[in-house]
Design a protein around this ligand. Structure first.
Ligand SMILES: Cc1cc2nc3c(=O)[nH]c(=O)nc-3n(C[C@H](O)[C@H](O)[C@H](O)COP(=O)(O)OP(=O)(O)OC[C@H]3O[C@@H](n4cnc5c(N)ncnc54)[C@H](O)[C@@H]3O)c2cc1C
Length: 493
């Protein structure tokens, strides 16, 4: 079934006009109580909003037996992976299941991952990881404006960080992956051997170093200026009195701006650089809320994002009783790929895998890790002895074959186009986008389309767009289009 277009259901909350938070929300009909551990007095910050509330959850460590490196044995590995985020652990498990000796280095391999990950359920099903979702919603919805809401017939899920990390760690341990608790300071390379120097003074050697240390990596080199866009967002997992969201739908994007009716300055800024609300309602009193700037360059100020969120929650009548977790989100998007090839291999946030138009990455990394692992195994497995430069060439091209690099250019073109749209342009864009055949919008958001399919998507999007949206495309896209064509030409030379 395709995207359904319906009028939004009438709001359940009655909110007062802006009067210093003195609203009287009606209780949501499905209001349930929170688990006991979250019961406590309502705290309101000194400004009367949630920004002053301190998150009540503390960083957790997993209770798991890892197999640690004994540095005194000076053991040598086939592959060293820097970082045990989703990318590093998934690749470690996949490479090691080919019988290859893998070591993961991270300052805290057993810490819980800090980010709150959302994915489309079908993406996790195709990686066999659906048991690592702790909550799913059968549908998603997008508020284009006050009068138009799109209901998306595609299930969405929240990743259980604990389940996923435990599952990957179990896979690592059963495939004999070793762990070393330290920060990597530098990577060094000889013709057929590389090594990492760690913060504890130990040096570990391997045939291949893979950097999975996330966006802030210093190990990966670029030969072009890194003109990223940035997704910035402020998120809270909150205990609330009540909220207006349907419990069977996650709110992918709320582009309404009626909450800024009494904030003319913010409203004007939002019309030029819009933000939207993303919400995962877990039950009537527990919800993850995130005010998000899809992409901006230079990055929108974090304080501005928070102010908009305060105004929005106030307007929606959402009174935060406690903040369980807080998420400060900054995701570099788009920009050039790392230099291909280079001595250190990359995966995850360091390797250009983040979707340039959406900021999503987890599902795609989990899907490409087995592909990259196969290439590594082909080179380092017992029958082949490909090392040094030929190895780096093979692995980088295994992750980024020409077709995928061209496809990424298209997604970056999508980001450059989004950067040029104001609130109304963005609304028109998503109005047409979610009317596309689901094959196209699902495929675009999940990085599954070929170049040919992306060309069909563009034609279909243009065909479905309103006249003002076509005007946007014709007037705002030529520069990004020329840039994309130039980059495509460079890639294919
Ligand atoms: C707040 C936030 C929310 C996000 N939400 C989503 C989402 O909902 N869906 C989605 O698909 N994507 C999301 N992303 C994007 C992306 O999926 C995440 O950033 C993801 O965590 C990247 O995974 P990674 O394994 O590449 O790096 P990270 O998760 O950043 O892990 C890097 C690891 O490397 C370690 N490390 C760093 N430096 C060193 C060093 N020198 N030596 C050794 N170890 C080191 C760190 O300790 C860490 O364990 C989000 C990003 C952020 C920031």
């Amino acid at each position: 079934m395709g995207t359904l277009l319906r009028l939004p259901s009438p709001p359940i909350l009655i909110t007062s006009q802006r009067s210093n938070l003195s609203f009287t929300p009606l209780l949501h009909p499905n209001t349930k109580t929170l688990p006991r551990k979250f019961h406590h007095r309502i705290h309101c910050g000194k400004h009367g909003n949630f920004l002053d509330l301190k998150p009540i959850s503390k960083p957790e460590s997993l209770d798991f037996d890892l197999s640690w490196v004994d540095p005194s044995t000076r053991s040598r590995f086939d592959v060293i992976i820097i970082g045990t985020g989703p990318a590093g652990l998934c690749l470690a498990e996949q490479v090691a299941c080919h019988g290859i000796k893998v070591c993961c280095v991270d300052p805290s391999p057993l810490s819980m991952w800090p980010n709150n990950y959302g994915v489309w359920v079908d993406e996790f099903e195709s990686s066999g990881l659906e048991d690592c979702l702790d909550k799913t919603w059968p549908m998603a919805c997008v508020h284009i404006n006050d009068h138009r809401t799109k209901y998306l017939d595609r299930a969405y899920g929240r990743v259980s960080r604990k389940e996923l990390k435990m599952k990957l760690l179990e896979g690592c341990v059963s495939n004999n992956v070793k762990f070393h608790q330290a920060k990597v300071w530098k990577a060094e390379h000889k013709e057929f051997e590389s090594s990492v120097v760690c913060s504890d003074g130990n040096e570990l050697k391997a045939s291949l170093i893979v950097d999975a240390s996330g966006f802030a990596s210093t190990f990966i080199e670029y030969d072009k200026p890194r003109n990223h866009g940035y997704q910035i967002a402020h998120g809270i997992l909150a205990e609330v009195d009540c909220h207006p969201f349907d419990l069977d739908k996650m709110l992918l994007m709320d582009w309404r701006d009626s909450h800024l009716g009494n904030e003319p300055d913010i409203r004007a800024r939002n019309s030029t650089l819009p933000t939207f609300l993303y919400a995962m309602p877990f039950d009537s009193n527990l919800v993850f809320l995130e005010e998000t700037s899809l992409v901006s360059r230079p990055v929108l100020s974090y304080m501005e994002v928070k102010k908009r969120m305060v105004a929005r929650l106030r307007h929606l009548g959402i009174k935060v009783k406690s903040v369980i977790e807080e998420e400060k989100c900054l995701i570099p998007m788009g920009g050039p790929l790392p230099r291909i090839p280079q001595s250190v291999m990359g995966i995850g946030g360091t390797a250009g895998i983040v979707h340039p138009s959406t900021g999503y990455m987890v599902a795609r990394t989990l899907a490409v890790a087995p592909v990259l692992a196969d290439v590594i195994a082909e080179c380092l497995g017992s029958t082949r002895m490909i090392r040094g430069k030929p190895l780096c060439h093979r692995v980088w091209n295994g992750l980024w074959p020409l077709e995928k690099r061209c496809v990424r250019e298209y997604y970056s073109f999508g980001m450059e186009t989004l950067l040029k749209l104001d609130l109304n342009g963005t609304r028109r864009f998503f109005d047409a986008f979610f009317d596309l055949d689901p094959h196209y919008w699902h495929g675009f958001l999940s990085s599954r389309l070929s170049l040919g399919e992306l060309a069909m998507l563009s034609l279909s999007l243009f065909g479905r767009a309103s006249n003002p949206s076509r005007f946007d495309i014709v007037t705002k896209c030529p520069a990004p289009l020329v840039k994309m064509m130039g980059n495509l030409a460079l890639e294919t030379i």
